[in-house]
Design a protein around this ligand. Structure first.
Ligand code: ADP
Ligand code: MG
Length: 704
């Protein structure tokens, strides 16, 4: 088995042993040779270039690392006891630079020999207007061995605990070198010769050796390309494989007819024309649900693009085919709103529809359960409550999941058990996901995109004010209220301390009350620690127009639709992430009036916060915002990605490597189309490696 070597436990590597092995497991998840060799450096330093001392002194920019050859001409200590420092002078033919140690002095002090030539490597910093290098690495020129012929030195990230056991970057480099020396001809190739030739890739082994100890920049770059390709290719292969397994294993309900429910709705109840984008998406969905295969589709559309209507029409097709459908929302507020607006839209169509949430009364719940089970109830709207184990449907054909960024593969898989043949699934989101990320995070789904807003919407005007301009903002709000508009004022939730957050909110609320006194003004307040009844009561007042201002935390972020509310003031906007800001702004701009989004911030902003605010002011294009967000935060931080686990990229970058990703995905599709079980001789290496990387993934089993 070609993987035996790679599966060797890490403690058997020269220089590791049981203690370090334990730490490597705990701190870096490194258990085997395979894990270690896949622990790539985060950067490299060119060790072929030497600086002269005077070059260091002349450079004022922050030179990062330098390497200097010279002799040590004098060593002495300064200070006493606690604040003791060791100073050594490194001298070459152009001058002298100080080397400084604060720790390990005893050990270093007597190490230097006067005639020996040393290579000193470190980062110069300015101290007392002079450059010095603190805690440099030092090698003796005559002893320098460069067994692998590398000129670029790898740098590895480490942790405090690892460092305490000698596994800082240098220490990791040492054990890595031991591993690489052992690895020759032991690393299996994982792609077919054909792919390697077509893409002009270097071998897997060469790439793994040179990613750690590159001979030069060119081979490093080729190693990176090779390993990025491998990484993205196998992720895509896994996802697409998953989809194939699903298609082979599960049939889907065939919604073959469009009947009275949809037709009556369409001709009698639809209050407006569908947008072209809505039509296109409904067509895609119809083709999918009519095919006899199970639909698993992600519907993306910016806030206000009219996804609910698409959902409703899909639901009606399910009903026309004698199936039940459910629509799941992330919060009770949103579930209620969906229930109300959908009930209104279905007026006169005699459809049995109900709502189930955490606060549904037991007696009511019992009736719902019964009617679901005997099939009387056709549409159920609700929160997570509606997919609980105890909720049994007679014939569930369609599940729609609204605004659930955290609804990953595993949760979706649970839904499939709700009927003998799994229901069709439509996941809807207004949090735009950059395509590259979507391909990875939701790579097993099909995509539909609504890229158009209903006509007549005026773009929201977004402005940025510092707190010092508050009076102007308040004045503006007053004029708007006089003109009959309603206002949201949102405070951030910082999570650190709920009581503190609440205090911020309450302080804000009080100052707003002072500024907008009753009876002239009425103010609602909604936050996460209120009980549902109170929340709903306050929401209702605002919806009905009884209050002009809604002070809230981000609980109003998702989905709420109140067309007359045309101003969104976001306090401490610097504390919000971009997608959250975009979501919040999406709450306004839903009516005929000009809407505004006012971002209030501190005067002091971090570069990142400034970029976020600038982006918001500059664009309202959700996809552009998503891209900036991805660039600012990296994919690991994006909503929903952490727990997906599949996005834990070691070397590829979803932004920079978009081309590789697309190529890898297409190739994976092509290969599986041709050989869905990967049984052909040409795919044998791919099949072996796929098996190897999935050896511990029981969670995928849920689906397959
Ligand atoms: P989202 O995609 O954010 O969920 P909604 O479905 O809540 O958006 O729709 C936002 C608003 O746009 C709703 O008031 C809805 O009735 C309205 N709407 C949806 N489709 C159209 C359309 N084709 N023309 C006009 N208004 C529409
Ligand atoms: Mg919505």
């Amino acid at each position: 088995m070609p993987y035996n070597f790679l599966e060797t436990s890490i403690e058997y590597l020269k220089g590791v042993g049981p203690v370090r092995a334990e730490l490597l497991k705990k701190e870096l998840n490194i258990f085997t040779f395979h894990d270690l060799i896949g622990f790539y450096p985060f950067r490299y330093i060119d060790r072929s270039k030497f600086y002269k001392v005077n070059e260091v002194n002349e450079v004022n920019e922050d030179l990062s690392y330098v390497q200097i050859k010279g002799k040590i001409t004098g060593v002495h200590t300064i200070g006493s006891q606690r604040a003791i420092r060791l100073i050594a002078y490194l001298t070459d033919d152009t001058g002298q630079i100080e080397l400084v140690w604060f720790k390990g002095i005893k050990w270093i002090k007597d190490k230097f020999k006067p005639d020996e030539e040393y290579i000193v490597f470190g980062k110069p910093t300015i101290f007392n207007k002079k450059f010095n290098i603190a805690h440099p690495e030092i090698e003796v020129v005559s002893e320098q061995i460069n067994i692998l012929g590398e000129t670029l030195q790898p740098f590895y990230s480490s942790t405090e605990k690892l460092k305490s056991k000698g596994l800082d970057s240098k220490g990791i480099e040492k054990i890595m070198k031991n591993l690489i020396l052992l690895s020759k001809e032991k690393i299996p190739e994982i792609l077919s010769d054909e792919i390697i030739q077509n893409l002009k890739l270097i071998s897997r082994e060469e790439a793994l050796i040179n990613i750690h100890f590159p001979k030069d920049k060119e081979i490093l770059q080729r190693s990176q390309s090779r390993l990025k390709f491998d990484e993205l290719f196998f992720i895509q292969l896994n996802l697409i494989n998953l989809k194939y397994i699903r298609i082979q294993k599960y049939k889907g309900h065939k919604f073959s007819v469009v009947g009275d429910y949809l037709n009556n709705f369409f001709y009698n109840n639809l209050p407006f024309e569908l947008t072209t984008a809505q039509k296109k998406v409904i067509k895609e969905i119809r083709a999918d649900i009519g095919s006899g295969k199970q639909m698993n589709r992600l519907l993306q559309g910016d806030v206000g693009s009219g996804k609910t209507l698409v959902a409703l029409m899909t639901i009606l097709i399910a009903l026309d085919n004698k199936y039940q459908a459910c629509l799941m929302a992330p919060t009770e507020i949103l579930a209620n709103q969906h229930y109300e607006s959908i009930t209104k839209m279905l007026k006169g169509l005699s459809i049995n529809i109900n709502i189930l949430t955490g606060s549904t009364k037991t007696s009511q719940r019992k009736i719902i359960h019964e009617q679901l089970f005997n099939g009387d109830l056709q549409i159920l709207i609700g929160t997570h409550a509606l997919i609980e184990e105890t909720v049994k449907y007679k014939n569930l054909g369609l599940v729609i999941i609204d605004e659930q960024h955290r609804f990953g593969v595993a949760q979706r898989a649970r839904l499939w058990k709700k009927n003998i043949i799994p229901p069709h699934i439509l996941v809807m989101t207004a949090t735009p996901i950059p395509r590259t990320l979507a391909m990875t995070l939701y790579g097993d789904l099909d995509f539909s995109i609504i890229d158009e807003l209903p006509p007549g919407r005026k773009p929201v005007k977004t402005v940025h004010y510092y707190d010092s301009n508050r009076l102007r903002v308040l004045g503006f709000i007053k004029t708007q209220i006089k003109n009959g508009r309603q206002i949201y004022i949102v405070y951030p939730l910082i999570n650190e301390s709920e009581t503190l957050d609440l205090k911020d909110l309450m302080d804000g609320y009080e100052s707003i009350v002072r500024e907008f006194p009753s009876p002239e003004y009425a103010i609602s307040i909604v936050h996460g620690q209120m009980n549902t009844a109170d929340k709903d009561f306050e929401m209702e007042r605002f919806v009905k127009g009884e209050t002009q201002i809604m002070v809230a935390t981000t609980v109003i972020e998702v989905g709420i639709d109140i067309p007359n509310a045309s101003i969104m003031v976001i306090e401490n906007a610097e504390r919000f992430g971009l997608s959250q800001l975009h979501q919040l702004r999406g709450r306004v701009g839903r009516g005929a009036e000009q809407s505004y989004c006012i971002l209030m911030t501190n005067y002091k902003l971090t570069t990142e916060a400034r970029k976020r605010i600038e982006t918001m002011v500059k664009t309202s294009d959700g996809f552009e915002i998503a891209d900036v967000d991805l660039k600012l935060r990296g994919p690991g931080d994006l909503q929903g990605t952490q727990q997906s686990g599949i996005i834990d990229l070691k070397i590829a970058d979803l932004i920079k490597d978009e081309k590789i990703l697309k190529y890898a995905r297409n190739l994976a599709i092509k290969i599986l189309e041709d050989d869905s079980k990967l049984k052909k001789e040409i795919n044998i290496r791919i099949a072996d490696h796929l098996k190897f990387i999935n050896r511990n993934k029981s969670d995928w089993g849920l689906i397959s």
